[in-house]
Design a protein around this ligand. Structure first.
Ligand code: TYM
Length: 345
């Protein structure tokens, strides 16, 4: 189904990150690092700072503006070249919300009710959650499909939303008797598709975790990174010889996966080097590796943040290029749906 469903579309990658709080090691390994690999493989890539998604929960306006620029700096510092890729913030391209509304009318309540992230984020008091938090996956489908994107690199936690995007595309195509939207593929690959909390190996590392000790932030100092890894929860067993033997040891598995992803090797290779050693030996090596990868990114982010006007210029230019792709796709969508479009441009 999938090869045929996307065959007539040229390969295009789309992905997004929310500017809510800072970037975590989970965002970096699960998403950003892989965006850079995709860009460098020469695939046309569109990367979006999804500020409209961020406001589904309360955001202080000044902090949102700062987080948007800082995330842009993070993309660039990690290796996204805004000339080769398209990098912009979502609110500057209105096609996202326009198509988002159409998809809100395509998606079914039953589908939305199955979204586990809404249940997690809304928590026990779902009545007090915003309507936007509930409708959010329809906007995410619009983000992807406004570009006719065929591939969506994400971490494991976004898989269900990309699957919903596929359902929305298929229903739109079916209802209107067209083959207009591609059935986009989630791309969830590598050793770090789900980086876990440093305090609890059964919970995802997240920027919204109340404990800062649970995560590594891209802006953490070398000392903070080393200290967080030293204090990370582990167990008393030495490291085994093969990844299968990490079953039932979520914290140990998490640190091995983080090491593998940072070093660009497989978990098998990490264990080949560390089998039989305890965490007293492994943690300092992991801290050293993490600092060697993250410190230059963090330093470059700081340098870029010294010139916010330049960041804004880059996002503005990215938005113009994004608009040039999304607007004709949106106009064709309006035509398919039956809207009269008689205003002069
Ligand atoms: P967000 O902002 O929560 O996360 C951005 C990306 O980081 C990945 N990620 C992780 N990967 C591995 N381990 C973790 N602990 C971890 N935490 C986060 C996420 O999977 C994601 O790839 N809804 C999306 C943003 C979005 C989007 C889109 C993504 C909006 N529109 C269209 C792709 C395509 C979100 O909230 O991601």
């Amino acid at each position: 189904m999938t090869a045929a469903a996307t065959a007539r579309f040229s390969p295009r990658v789309f992905s997004g990150i929310q500017p809510s709080g800072g970037l975590t090691l989970g965002n970096y390994l699960g998403a950003l690092k892989r965006f850079v690999e995709t860009q460098n493989a020469g695939i046309e890539s569109v990367y979006c700072i999804v500020d409209m998604h961020a406001i589904t929960v309360w955001q202080d306006p000044a902090k949102l503006r700062h987080a948007t620029r800082e995330l842009a700096a993070g993309f660039i510092a990690a290796g996204i070249d805004p000339e080769r890729s398209i990098l912009f913030n979502q609110s500057q391209v209105s096609a996202h919300v326009e198509l988002g509304w159409i998809f809100t009318c395509v998606a079914r309540l039953g589908w939305m009710n199955r979204m586990t992230q809404f249940k997690d984020k809304a928590g026990k008091n779902a009545e007090a959650a915003s309507l936007g938090l509930y409708a959010y996956p329809a906007l995410m489908a619009a983000d992807i499909l406004a570009y006719h994107a065929t591939h969506v690199p994400v971490g494991e936690d976004q898989k269900q939303h990309v699957e919903l995007t596929r359902d929305i595309a298929a229903k739109f195509n079916h209802d209107y008797g067209v083959e207009f939207f591609p059935i986009a593929e989630p791309v969830i690959e590598g050793a770090a598709t789900r980086v876990m909390s440093l305090r609890d190996g059964t919970k995802k590392m997240s920027k919204s975790d109340p404990s800062d000790q649970s995560r590594i932030n891209l802006t953490d100092s070398a000392d903070d990174i080393a200290q967080k890894i030293r204090r990370a929860k582990t167990d008393a067993e030495p490291l085994p010889e093969i990844p299968q033997a990490l079953e039932g040891r979520p914290e140990a598995r998490n640190l091995v996966n983080i090491y593998a992803a940072l070093a660009g090797v497989s978990p098998e290779q990490v264990l080949a080097d560390f089998a039989g050693q305890g965490f007293a030996a492994f943690k300092p090596r992991l801290a050293e590796l993490a600092v060697s990868v993250l410190a230059p990114i963090s330093a470059e982010m700081g340098r870029l943040m010294a010139d916010p006007a330049e960041i804004d210029r880059i996002l503005g230019r990215g938005a113009e290029r994004a608009e040039a792709i999304a607007r004709p796709i949106l106009e064709r969508t309006y035509e398919i749906v039956g809207m009269v479009r008689s205003r002069r441009a």
